[in-house]
Ligand binder design. Structure first.
Ligand code: AMP
Length: 266
């Protein structure tokens, strides 16, 4: 299967080509036709599977074909990092389209708050928001959800783990009755199924097998206290058996701190 099989506008296809997207991933092959047919969707897929493009592409295509002058799509994501990543992908795909997006996330200083508020007032086709910041903006500013057609909950399990369950339900209450809802989650615990039954209508379901590590990859797990993390990492880094190492960390702040701490040790 190729991206051309989805019949996207030539401008969107040009964006895909420019981003080096040649072949759809399995989640894209499965999800895009369902979204194009207008169904609600629950998709069980992890980061790295191409899940972002799976929902962004059919929505961009639909917006580009419509007479769009109102907020059309709300994407809710658990963290600022994810909201920024989604926004960057949208910017890349829509390089040749007249579609605009705004990321709305917490943290930062008053200037960022003002910039986000101004961007909201000036309007956009797509908002990518973290739940807490969106609710604050909704309380202080007039966000018009009256024309909303698509709601996407990305990494829904993480949002519930972070305690955003009530916030999400409060946001959804503002929406028009008729809209398409897409829920993406790496895992499907009972709480996700409960929220899905409340907010999705006759959803189609997709489940992608969780990826297994390659056979030759040896995995170890160390259970350590916070103050043991750095010495432990240094110990591992000193092991001559490893030629190059990639370290993944939970947030931008932790990554920066680890980098500084490690540099001090060299
Ligand atoms: P995601 O799972 O949405 O976080 O995507 C993981 C990474 O894969 C991102 O950097 C995407 O830009 C990239 N990606 C997703 N789908 C494709 C595709 N069909 N071809 C090439 N790269 C892709």
């Amino acid at each position: 299967m190729n991206f051309t099989d989805f019949g996207f506008t030539s401008e969107l296809q040009n964006g895909l080509d420019a981003m080096g997207f040649n072949k759809p991933t399995p989640i894209q092959e499965m999800a895009i036709p369902i979204i194009q047919d207008g169904h609600d969707l629950i998709a069980c897929a992890q980061t790295g599977t191409g899940k972002t493009a799976a929902y962004v592409l059919p929505i961009l295509d639909r917006i580009a074909r419509s007479d769009h002058s109102h907020l059309n799509t709300l994407i809710i994501a658990p963290t600022r990092e994810l909201a920024q990543q989604i926004d960057q992908q949208i910017e890349g795909f829509s390089y040749f389209l007249q579609v605009s997006s705004i990321p709305i996330y917490g943290g930062g200083d008053g200037m960022i708050w003002e910039q986000q508020k101004r961007a909201l007032r000036e309007g956009a086709d797509i908002i990518i928001a973290t739940p807490g910041r969106l609710l604050s903006m909704m309380a202080s500013d007039d966000v018009n959800f009256g024309y909303l057609q698509h709601l996407i909950l990305d990494e829904a399990d993480r949002m519930l783990d972070m305690g955003f369950y009530d916030d999400i339900l409060r946001i959804i209450k503002m929406f028009p009755a008729k809209h398409q809802t897409l829920l993406f989650s790496a895992t499907m615990p009972q709480k996700i199924q409960t929220i899905a039954s409340k907010i999705l209508k006759h959803p189609k379901q997709i489940s992608l097998a969780t990826s297994q590590p390659a056979e030759k990859i040896h995995q170890e797990f160390y259970f350590v206290n916070m103050d043991q993390k750095l010495p432990m990492t240094i110990d591992i880094l000193k092991n001559p058996a490893y030629e190059s190492i990639i370290i993944f960390s939970s947030s931008k702040e932790n990554t920066k701190k680890l980098n500084t701490d490690l540099k001090k040790q060299v």
